[in-house]
Design a protein around this ligand. Structure first.
Ligand SMILES: NC(=O)c1ccc[n+]([C@@H]2O[C@H](COP(=O)([O-])OP(=O)(O)OC[C@H]3O[C@@H](n4cnc5c(N)ncnc54)[C@H](OP(=O)(O)O)[C@@H]3O)[C@@H](O)[C@H]2O)c1
Length: 235
């Protein structure tokens, strides 16, 4: 049977790369974008077989959009729901000077928004091997933070990891798998800070690795914090 994945934030960057990767592996892909976003690239992914590509609309910071979004999914169930949305946040990245709005924006987009949506998606997952995946960062590791800095981004991904781990614990009876995946430092708008810096890896390398990690661990029932090379990251 054709496997299906919901990718939240799939119209550019790693999300778009993942949509293409899973489509090419034969999956049915539902990719989302925010209202008004340019979804031409995402639609193009489905050119070879438009029945396997669906575009939906959701902004993870907007709880008011959730009911219509769920309705638009119809009765479809997913093998994997992948929550990918993220922002870098204020360039200063400093907890000392951050405004309340800057903290709210990054926490809602990177952590609480995706987790809130994920709670609504649990019963849209297949019942035998349900899997949630979150696009986190190695910057979210408390154990690895030996150098400080990047406080807003680190904090948002640490919270994402914590809440994802909690979701796994709360849904153990369902056998829910929860994967927190670091995609590597990859060539995207965020990874290059809009062209200002050189990343470590190409987008293709990242999304191929992330898709491999999903396929390897989906349905395991575990909560894992891994990078795109399938290497464990300390919490
Ligand atoms: N690239 C890297 O090196 C790297 C490293 C570690 C982790 N990550 C993580 O990987 C994920 C994807 O990043 P990327 O590098 O592909 O960045 P990107 O090219 O900047 O893409 C970010 C994606 O998030 C979406 N998004 C932002 N705010 C949203 C919201 N409120 N609701 C729904 N979607 C929203 C964007 O949609 P719009 O087009 O509407 O803005 C876009 O699709 C992020 O979670 C990021 O933290 C990236």
């Amino acid at each position: 049977m054709t496997r299906s994945i919901l990718i939240v934030a799939a119209e550019r960057g790693l999300g778009l790369g993942l949509a293409r990767q899973f489509f090419e592996r034969g999956w049915h892909v539902v990719g989302t974008a925010r209202r008004g976003a340019d979804v031409a690239g995402l639609r193009e992914v489905g050119n070879a077989d438009s029945r396997r590509l669906t575009v939906a609309t959701i902004d993870v910071t907007r709880p008011d959009e959730i009911p219509a979004f769920l309705l638009s999914l119809g009765s479809r169930r997913f093998d994997v729901a992948f929550l990918n949305s993220g922002i870098w946040g204020a360039m200063h990245q400093s907890a000392a000077v951050a405004t309340n709005q800057e903290v709210t924006d990054i926490m809602m987009t990177n952590a609480f928004g995706p987790i809130r949506l994920a709670h609504h998606l649990v019963d849209r997952l297949v019942s035998d091997r349900p899997t949630l995946a979150f696009m986190t960062s190695h910057r979210g590791s408390t154990a690895l933070n030996e150098e400080g800095g990047l406080e807003l981004y680190r904090a948002s991904k640490a919270v994402l990891n914590m809440l994802a781990r909690g979701m796994h614990a709360q849904n153990r009876a369902l056998g829910l798998t929860v994967l927190s995946i670091h995609p590597g430092w990859a060539r995207t708008a965020m990874g290059t800070l809009d062209g200002a810096v050189e990343p470590e890896i190409e987008l293709e390398t990242s999304v191929r690795g992330v898709a491999d990690v999903v396929e390897r661990h989906m349905g395991s029932g575990l909560n894992l914090y891994l990078d795109y090379r399938d290497t464990y990251i300390p919490w």
